[in-house]
Write a protein that binds this ligand. Sequence first.
Ligand SMILES: [Zn+2]
Length: 152
Amino acid sequence: MTVIKHIGGKDSDHPERDAWTALKRGWRQKCPACGKCAMYWRYLKVNDACPACGEELHHQRADDAPPYFTMFITGHVVVGGILAMEQSFAPPTWVHLIIWLPILVVMSLWLLPRIKGALIAYQWANRMHGFGTLEVEGADIPPAEPRPAGSA
Ligand SMILES: [Zn+2]
């Protein structure tokens, strides 16, 4: 069985990456390594590698975490706002729709690439998934000698 483990952090040749700097770069949708070039080539399409520094970004596994956090935040703001407004003014439903639907859409579209960028940067800073150096355990062990004939 092949065991693969990720190498990173203080106890390896690989320098620690500052997570806070990376998070800020990711939030600005920039490369977490250099902060110079855009992380995306389209709205949410991550560059395979940074055009400026060449850092590979295709290892990212943001998956459905960005929409999860985006919905979590926008849901709390919008539902809280609707409840507070209903308590205070009790406006008709169409007033709620006119106010809250655009806020919901704009806030979601604004947050999603920033949250995704920050999550990818977090993965990069912690050398998660393919962002770390992979070491195959047992790769340095020479292959076993073939058994002599007749031995059990
Ligand atoms: Zn870069």
